[in-house]
Ligand binder design. Sequence first.
Ligand code: GCW
Length: 868
Amino acid sequence: MWKKIAFVLCVGAACGLGNRVGAQTADQAWLKDATPQPNPEAVRALGKGPLEQAALEELRRGIGRHKESSEIVIGTVDEVVHAFPALRVPTARAPGPEGYWLYREPDNKDLVIAGADERGVLYGAFALLRLRGEGQTLGGEVVRSTPAMAIRWVDEWDNADGSIERGYAGRSIFFEGSKVRDDLAPVGEYARLLSSVGINGCNVNNVNNAAPFLNAEMLSGLKRIADAMRPWGVRLAMSVDVASPQKVGGLATYDPLDPQVKAWWTAKVNEIYALIPDFAGFTVKADSEGQPGPASYGRTPADAANTLAAALAPHGGVVLYRAFVYNHHLDWNDKKADRARAAYDIFHPLDGKFAPNVIVQIKEGPIDFQVREPVSPLFGGLTQTSQAMEVQITQEYTGQQRHLVYLAPLWKEVLDFDLRVDGKSTPVKNILAGTAAFDRKVSAQAAVDRNRRSFDSSALRANVAQDDKSVSRTNSVGRRLGGMVGVSGVGRDAWLGSPLALANLYAFGRLAWDPNLAPEKIAEEWTRQTIGNDAEVVRTVTRMLMQSWPAYEGYTGPLGLQTLTDITGSHYGPGIEGSENNGWGQWHRADHEGVGMDRTVATGTGYAGQYAPEVANIFESAQTTPDDLLLFFHHVPYTYRLQDGKTVIQYLYDSHYEGAARAAEFVKDWEGLKEKIDPALYTKVLARLQYQAGHAIVWRDAVTQYFLKLSGIPDEMGRAGNFAGRLEAEDAKLTGYEVIDVKPWEDASRGKAVACDAKEKQRSCSAEWTYHGAAGVYDVAIEYFDLQGGVAQFDFRVHGKSTGSGADWVADATLPTKRPHGDNSVRHVVRGMVLKPGDVLEVTGTPDGSDPAALDYLEVMPVASSMH
Ligand code: GCW
């Protein structure tokens, strides 16, 4: 009987999702497959629609984990009211579009999941599983939830060749060799993960290099992707190149106001909808970082957006037009030039000129996903235009998934930030939800409309086709659209590569659904579902997640300096001058006297004046600017005192040492959970945390020795530039190794390292030091450079004898760039060495390919402080 039912009810991507060995499944994230428990009576669906069937399947799979003796009935509100006319449902408080309620009548064991529409049923099912997963049971109360925002999308930056821009988890799950992949099972699993946290759209291709995606073969492939995601209520969107009429269509122009161009887009959009009837829309990057745009014809972003919008409107599609438009050839010597101003300067004058189905997609800060930036003032600058906030799940500037950085606290700060438009409370989250003060008139109208619709079941959508018009329908009542878009970067390596980074994907969906959720609560929820329900596990992992962004900020770019990395390259390791002296405009203007960029109206670039007066006044003065943004808004002397009286320079030293020390504690925290978590997960995460602890030291040393040299002001605690116990490679007795200058100099201890020149054909090189410290037991750290293009080998010996476990290792990590510097400087620790004065310490490096087994230093550390 069970088999038969399972067969009949198995639909679309819900089929065959058992825990396939070696396959990429949602199991690697927070949705754990339960062993099927044949208990088909426990869950019943009232409708036959595909999303409702997916919800049914999901509940059956998940409920297997929980003992269920009663029945769960799922359906749309219409279906529930129809099936149970006597049910005392709380009709006055019906869920809004895509929402649900979970309801158990006081005198009845059975539980009802009612969705405002089919998506709501699916989200309700996932909500129930989440509550159960957390050990919560429902009493007689109603759990009622409606997403705050209409747009809850992830954007992928996948290229047709299968590579992923700023992706850190392997190759694309969607594309390979200019085609859509044959095996789309991972795409279905991804959509299931997205759906479980309420994400309803996925743009699958990069905003750069988008033109090849509009050819006929690719479009038929995209149809297959849309089919794989549809059972989970995730609609497909794509990025388009505005020059496509010329590049793909062969027209002489792509001027958005040219009638031929408009006709071309209409025909192309019709072709897409013939294949994908619920296609969600286009994302556009234009006039930005080399992408073509309307400026080539003297047209505005609104002209370009509206041409696309007109083609999409009849089908209910939308245009997400990115406000990431700026000149990357700014004059570095011009003290008034400021990239941060660009989005507001370009888009604010266009407010009110966009078609109703255009949403301006704004990065959360005015620069580019830095470790900390102020909120983009453009959110407050568009009161008649729908807006979405773009955040990055993929950790481009925040450690590229090799560092633990839980981003929900950053996003939450932005969501809660009050822009005080017209002197009224205007948190960003309200703007995105279309409920800001300036939306009051239209939202009042929408509320009337919603009330009229509530429990007028005929107005509630009952099938996918109707549901897919939800976006345009909401807009037709005058309510601004809006939402959140997360650049996700998932790949074939367990989605995000790092197991703990998945907390960011999870948190993104949860916050887009409900921006009032606390990041800590989300972290806890995620930990329980992903790692374990044990109290110590939950407490420890939640604490690690919550401390991770402040730690990373502390050792990379505190006080609003932004991430102090090479902004024209990998965006990964330390490189303090990488953002200066070029046209890209991520400047911090550090000199001998002081640091920070003057963005005030009085003496600087005027950026601060883009905020409403109450906020602008706060940022205009260094005294009232919060310390963590001080150097974003002001150029101050190193001796300037922060709110607690500490000088800027001392804070720079302290925060780097404290941040790196915190990263070292993450290792200890995790080690304490060894007996309580899955061994494979334990080992995988431990290796990453150990790497992070080492790389945090690379960051710490680079930034502190750089500012020590530039400012000439010593660290009160005597740490910066003094590396006790460190034996420099360039001071060693070298055999084969040659001294090299590392660039930038601050990325190596004292700016120098040694490399083994493979061209000379020697098999290996060695560096030897004589130990002069006290006798005792030590941990020894060896700092080396793990370069691409070969797997170098290392060996550490004392008096020619192997030093035991961990004494030889290979440099086989995949780190950015091909020359030795902070991107690829790695710390290897050999623990518990017994040393006495006169011991000869020797590191042998064997180069391979283009990896010259380069070494920076060796550090002898008392055991207790080995990571510090
Ligand atoms: O952060 C920068 C990235 C680019 C990216 C660009 C953008 C897709 O370094 O790789 O391009 O932002 O957001 O368009």
